[in-house]
Design a protein around this ligand. Structure first.
Ligand SMILES: [Zn+2]
Length: 303
């Protein structure tokens, strides 16, 4: 990043601007810039142009170094040594708060509450004072088997598959009635249905009896000899749900992910109304307020 400001020095107070002169941290080349206070200032530029070197490694670094210098010596000795950034002048600094872009991770179980640990404090409060009592904070956790809603396993959402985007009812098993990837005619999964003896492999699915259709979609049964190795019989919807729908979409091959996006719709879990907790956890209240209500409150009301 090179200097972008070439204006005349103006008599601007340190109360109004952060004045940077001759910044040379990392790849900065004598950058002079005034950053107005009490405004949102965006530093833009191509990757590697020195945005972070200016904002984090120069301005915020010096601000934190100055703040650290106000602590008693024994505290300073416990803190990491902060070198002075390479800059001629830095004026008008105030205390800085660095909010960096470290991701929380793609875990769909993370919430503001879990990420900040506020949720675990709330669980302890309810475990100690809620009625009827629960055996412990874990019984109020949607990440613990004792607290999670069994229907959605604590995610708060359930997905349902559209049968007609998984099957073509006008076709028979031999003609490729199961249209979902990995179930094509001749595949290992297909053989489980075709060799189970439960179906007429030439009969279109639309001519199945209700019992046959139910068995195809959600039935269970003994192992089927697929020719390679025996495989337990499991209905098409059950198998897709277990193998793919319950998995992190990012871990799936694109072809499967696209097919799932078409065939599945997700919504709040009917078992827990999206609250992620089982009925015992939802029944525990303080002041007639269940912990699940706290979950949805603005922080000001919660306080
Ligand atoms: Zn649920």
């Amino acid at each position: 990043m090179t200097s972008t400001t070439h204006h005349q020095e103006q008599p601007v107070s340190n109360r109004d601007v952060i004045r940077v002169r001759g910044a040379r941290t990392n790849n900065l080349r004598d950058v002079d810039v005034d950053i107005p206070k009490k405004q949102l200032t965006v530093v833009t530029g191509v990757s590697g142009s020195g945005k972070s070197s200016l904002a984090f490694d120069t301005i915020a670094a010096e601000s934190q170094r100055l703040l650290a210098a106000t602590y008693p010596a024994f505290v300073q000795n416990l803190m990491p040594h902060l070198p002075r950034p390479d800059v001629d002048t830095l004026e008008g600094l105030s205390a800085s708060i660095v909010v960096d872009q470290a991701p929380l991770g793609a875990n769909p179980r993370s919430t503001v509450g879990t990420a900040t640990d506020a949720w675990s404090l709330l669980r302890q409060l309810y475990a100690g004072h809620g009625t009827p009592p629960v055996p412990g904070p874990h019984a109020l956790s949607f990440n613990a088997a004792t607290g999670m809603c069994p229907a959605c396993e604590g995610t708060g959402r359930t997905a349902t598959l559209d049968v007609d985007l998984v099957l073509d009812r006008s076709l028979s098993l031999n003609d490729g009635a199961i249209t979902f990837p990995n179930f094509t005619v001749g595949s290992l999964f297909w053989k489980v249905y075709a060799r189970s003896g439960a179906f007429d492999n030439d009969k279109p699915v639309q001519s199945y009896t209700p019992a046959e259709l139910e068995h195809l979609l959600t039935g269970t049964g003994p192992n089927v000899d697929t020719g390679t190795y025996p495989m337990a019989y499991e209905g098409v919807l059950t198998k897709i749900t277990r193998l793919y729908l319950s998995k992190d979409p990012a871990a799936l091959k694109p072809r499967l992910r696209e097919a799932l996006e078409l065939a599945a719709t997700t919504g709040p879990c009917p078992g827990c109304a999206g609250t992620r907790l089982n009925s015992a956890a939802r029944a525990c209240t303080i002041d007639n307020t269940p912990i699940t209500t706290c979950h949805t409150m603005p922080a000001t009301d919660l306080h």
